[in-house]
Write a protein that binds this ligand. Sequence first.
Ligand code: ATP
Ligand code: AMP
Ligand code: MG
Length: 195
Amino acid sequence: MGKVKIIIGKKMLCGVLGIPGVGKTTVLNAAAENVELKRLNFGNYMFAEAQKMSLVKDRDDMRKLPREQQADLQQKAAEQIYKDSRDGNAIVDTHGSIKTPQGYMPGLPENVLRALNPDAIVLVECDPRDICARRNRDVSRNRDPDTVEQVDEHQMMNRCFAAVYADLTNSTVLIVKNEEGKVDEAGKKIAKVFE
Ligand code: ATP
Ligand code: AMP
Ligand code: MG
């Protein structure tokens, strides 16, 4: 028998942020078992557009594109996600900041933030050592081989970006720890944001 899902009257959009390999997509699969919601992966929208324009072959190459090209893909993704998220609860699986060769780029610059207008922001985090191990284990992706210190810095930067996003949209920031082997626990915490 399937799980009983919470069905909520009000409609919310929640932005879920976290650095590559922290486990956002995995945890959101678990969250979707607890609450009726649409999951929209920002990177999928950007990648579909980037492929149409023959810019990249691998989704993990997008963060190495020139800044202007990434910004253009971001804008296009945000416009489409806005349209696709109007009819119910939605979660946008995305990044607080993108680690580009030139430095950290906002994942939700003002134009994107205004288009999505999130009611809530969730920051998925965990021990930097677990993130390095997850990146090494997950051969399906080409994530950066960052050190524990670099991962730690990126997570710290994401907290700064999340605070700015919450300020500009008058939304909340919830930090959810995705501890090793505790995906369901993290998924339930995210589902509760919609209660
Ligand atoms: P990206 O931003 O690059 O898409 P992500 O945050 O969506 O990354 P996932 O793809 O969900 O990350 O997870 C990365 C890897 O870590 C996967 O192999 C996944 O199975 C594993 N993983 C996720 N959460 C946990 C956990 N709590 N314990 C152990 N392994 C986990
Ligand atoms: P993901 O599968 O979530 O890692 O998304 C794939 C890629 O899409 C990321 O590595 C980034 O290059 C890009 N991406 C996702 N969300 C954003 C965003 N908000 N702003 C810019 N790039 C993004
Ligand atoms: Mg993912």
